[in-house]
Design a protein around this ligand. Structure first.
Ligand code: NAP
Ligand code: GDD
Length: 324
């Protein structure tokens, strides 16, 4: 039985990846940081199915070494991060500690405990920032526009560097935005799907958003964790862009979400200055042809299917809340 260790297991991707790995017969361990409230909401059913949690933090090197010594994993997926872009302007140093240096701490732990461990780093299309070319592929230069994007660029390059310096099987997955009903409530797709459900139920009157013209290449998280796993099953470590290769504005996403429940977004969406960013990433669209060719990966859920899935899930959640 293969053993995997996942940081960020309590997050959106962590929940989908843990489910996939269990399905493939892995013994799955996750690193959970200490919190005064319960953070395992997304993975409760998976804990029932055998996922085990180990206390640790990407800021605490020794906790990572201890976790790897205890578990002896063959694969490590580093999904843990301060992942919300606006927070990275409020807490740039924390973001650097967790999202950038956290990667080095993971790689050092691997180097110390067992350099044969295969390592996946959750890199991001946010590194492309003020895009240098369109669409963006593995060779497109980075121009990050947020402290988060800068931290991820560091994480990417330290992963490449440990691969080249120490011959570690370390890969960087440059994933474009991916969403699901498990997405955090502050990210725009979920903010919209949850807002739509509340408005439809008469619990909210308007939805305050920022830049409606920004374009993103949105895919489904369930499809994207498959790509993470595939990257670690290859003969040679390499870096891959994962995307749908389609882009849509936030406005279009709102239109699809509201129309799912028979509403017109223009009657409810209000542009609010507090949700604009100090520096914006206006356009992201990936070119995932390398992953499609070499990994045999392709997304199964399209943009409309994704947004409708999210709205339907939130409508059901709100209806259940009302009934209780
Ligand atoms: P998410 O839902 O925000 O989850 C982040 C995870 O990181 C949570 O489990 C969180 O734990 C954990 N974490 C935060 N600080 C930590 C620390 N100091 N030590 C250990 N764990 C810590 O993010 P996601 O959407 O699943 O994304 C997963 C990864 O992919 C992240 O690295 C993200 O930056 C990257 N990524 C995401 C996307 C996307 O569109 N989703 C695209 C490209 C790259 P708590 O539950 O305790 O907060
Ligand atoms: N969050 C949010 N809230 N974004 C808004 C809002 C709003 O009210 N209104 C407009 N937007 C715009 C943002 O300005 C941005 O251009 C776009 O919607 C997407 O914002 P987010 O959903 O917060 O995602 P992100 O693109 O900044 O970052 C996500 O994707 C990255 C990959 O490109 C995160 O998951 C990152 O962790 C990930 O690396």
């Amino acid at each position: 039985m293969k053993t995997a260790l996942v940081t960020g297991i309590t997050g959106q991707d962590g929940s989908y990846l843990a489910a996939l790995l269990l399905d493939k017969g892995y013994k799955v361990y996750g690193i959970q940081r200490r919190s005064s409230t319960i953070s395992t909401e997304r993975i409760e059913p998976l804990i029932e199915e055998g996922v085990e949690l180990i206390s640790g933090d990407l800021i605490d090197e020794n906790s990572l070494i201890r976790a790897m010594e205890k578990i002896d994993p063959c694969e490590v997926y580093n999904l843990g991060a301060q992942s919300f872009v606006p927070t990275s302007w409020d807490q740039p140093i924390l973001t650097g500690e967790v999202t950038a240096l956290g990667v080095t701490r993971m790689l050092e732990a691997i180097r110390i405990v067992n350099p044969k461990i295969r390592f996946y780093q959750a890199s991001s299309s946010e590194m492309f920032g003020k895009v240098r070319e369109t669409p963006q592929n593995e060779n497109t230069p980075f121009y990050p526009r947020s402290p988060y994007g800068v931290a991820k660029a560091y994480g990417h390059w330290i992963t490449v560097n440990y691969r080249e310096s120490y011959d570690i099987f370390a890969v960087s997955g440059i994933l474009f935005n991916h969403e699901s009903p498990q997405r955090g409530l502050e990210f725009v797709t979920r903010k919209v799907s949850y807002g739509v459900a509340k408005i439809k139920a008469g619990l909210q009157k308007e939805l305050r958003l920022g830049n409606l013209e920004a374009k993103r290449d949105w895919g489904f998280a369930g499809d994207y964790v498959r790509a993470m796993w595939l990257m670690l099953q290859q003969d040679e470590p390499d870096d891959y862009v994962i995307s749908t290769d389609e882009t849509h504005t936030v406005k279009k996403m709102c239109e699809v979400a509201f129309s799912r429940v028979g509403l017109n977004y223009e009657d409810y969406v209000v542009q609010a200055p507090e949700f604009f960013r100090p520096a914006e990433v206006q356009l992201l669209i990936g070119d995932s042809s390398k992953a499609r060719k070499k990994l045999g990966w392709k997304p199964e859920v399209d943009f409309r299917g994704l947004i409708e899935m999210m709205v339907d899930a939130d409508v059901e959640r709100i209806n259940n809340m009302i009934k209780e």
